[in-house]
Ligand binder design. Sequence first.
Ligand SMILES: Nc1nc2[nH]c(O)nc2c(=O)[nH]1
Length: 251
Amino acid sequence: MDNNKINILKCVIRSLGIESARTIEEKIDLQYSYLRHLKERLNNNVLFLKLIILNALVSYQLSTTGENWWREFSEYPWEDISGSILEEYVGFLSNSKGNRRFLEGKIKRIYRLKSLLNTLSFEKFKNYYNNMETFRNSIAKILNTKGSSKTVVFTVKIFGYGGRMVFNKFIPYPYSVEIPKDSRIEKYSTKFTKGDVLKFWNEVARNSGVPPLHIDSLLWPALGNWEKVKKPLKSLDTDIYQKVKMLIELV
Ligand SMILES: Nc1nc2[nH]c(O)nc2c(=O)[nH]1
């Protein structure tokens, strides 16, 4: 593999740092703005966090883009629900436009979360936000899956977004939570490594001082639709724009 290209990658990510990742998360990633609108509309922090966790856990094999899926989710009238969150969520999922594949498995997954969901309070969420590795472990255990699996680490990413809004505090993601290996990240990674993608990004993270989930934020929106992202990014911050452009053009 091209070590020169890998060194440039690490160098650009290091110079962007966690703060630029945070800027992209909060100002460019549409998933973040959909969550913020939902939080404001709902006015119920515990319900908000429970719902976004459920939605993240079934965010795989979508029938649309991740961005459209989170828009559909955030526009549902969750403020009107009166009965069980799980039943309501399953109703939403079963009739959704953007998430139609493998429904049976996804619904089973939702019900697996029942016992955990019932124990989640504002205080418990606060503890989980202060220790996102423990949150990752609880989710992986209840789903009987690896802590590095795409949906588990992606759920930590979304929970981190929601926690930031609810607790009004930015806590960087831990290095121990890996990058969500979805199709965008996987395709990009093949230009740098033929080996284990997660190991590769763990190494880049340690080397650049940017945790894997924040590296995901630097790349994921731009890898989805660069043409759409570049204008708002350029007008937001030309330095970040130039550096993200370098990351995109590196492959
Ligand atoms: N790596 C990522 N995969 C995702 N899928 C999805 O729906 N959102 C994301 C994301 O933010 N990162």
